[in-house]
Design a protein around this ligand. Structure first.
Ligand code: HPA
Length: 292
């Protein structure tokens, strides 16, 4: 297989051929959250098929294009459709777009997803601001020979989610008057939803929400020195003792119903960034961004 760095260069060149902007923020839209693209002052929309080495989206609720433009004045590149391990791709393929967005210039990655609520205080439609994660996918995107020019062999994961942005996201939810709490996201391979015994286990080990994505992208973001904000939309309640059936179409519909909350958080954070780049309150870079 071609070297990762060469794949990144080729994919980034294909994006640059269609869009001359320099994004500050990369956004990955999770299941049912695609309508966020309405908020983008679009300058380009590039099909994944036109980008070398990008996989194709096959999951329900996921389109397959990179939408480039501005939100609240901040230049963004947005993945309208993400990739999952259960689609049969390797985690290295799934996370290539994160590396490409980094090569294009992003400093912050905003990842979103639909999840099952393990914490009994969570209800469908709630937002969880991800404070930490547990990788139970049985795979890791950094397996293989490490390219030291991309990041360290053994990246630190003591704080993959940016503290300042977690607090700001929670504050925005309070200001906008909707429920949001911080929590731990557990990632499994899928594609089946979990059994009662699995939900019980996942809660016992410290999970607040469970899903089939996000962690690979966050590991690569840590590897490459990006700040990360993770936002999860609870689409179903996972009570092991009173479990009802979970259906993929219901998950998509529940995520769509809560997209307006996610939108409020993301837009205000992007407005903060635009204000900061106009000379006010520049947030500190991650320490690993300096090393990486
Ligand atoms: N489990 C795993 N992934 C999910 C769930 C769930 O209950 N809900 C939405 N994505």
């Amino acid at each position: 297989m071609q070297q990762l760095a060469a794949q990144i260069d080729e994919a980034a060149a294909a994006v640059r051929a269609s869009w001359s902007g320099t994004p500050k923020v990369g956004i990955i839209l999770g299941t049912g959250l695609a309508t966020f693209t309405d908020q983008i002052d679009q300058e380009a929309a590039i099909s994944y098929e036109a980008i070398p080495h990008f996989p194709r989206s096959t999951a329900i609720g996921h389109s397959g294009r990179l939408v480039c433009g501005r939100v609240e004045g901040t230049p963004v590149v947005t993945m309208d459709g993400r990739f999952h391990l259960y689609e049969g791709y390797s985690l290295q393929q799934i996370t290539l777009p994160v590396r490409v967005m980094k090569a294009l210039g992003i400093e912050l990655l905003i990842v979103s997803n639909a999840s099952g609520g393990l914490n009994p205080y969570l209800a469908a439609g709630d937002i969880v601001v991800i404070e930490d994660n547990i990788n139970l996918m049985g795979a890791n995107p950094l397996v293989g020979v490490n390219d030291d020019s991309l990041g360290p062999r053994f990246p630190d994961m003591s704080e993959p989610y940016d503290r300042e942005l977690i607090h700001r996201a929670l504050e925005i939810a309070r200001l906008e008057d909707f429920a949001a709490t911080q929590g731990v996201y557990v990632a499994l391979c899928g594609p089946n939803y979990e059994t009662r015994a699995e939900y019980r286990f996942l809660r016992t080990i410290g999970g607040d929400v469970v899903g089939m994505s996000t962690v690979p992208e966050v590991i690569v973001a840590a590897h490459t020195g990006l700040r990360v904000l993770g936002l999860s939309v609870v689409t179903n309640v996972c009570s092991p003792d009173a479990l009802t059936e979970t259906d993929g179409h219901q998950v998509v519909a529940a995520a769509q119903g809560a997209e307006h909350k996610l939108r409020k958080i993301v837009k205000r954070i992007l407005a903060d960034m635009a204000a900061a780049s106009n000379g006010r309150m520049e947030p500190a870079p991650r320490a690993s961004a300096i090393a990486g």
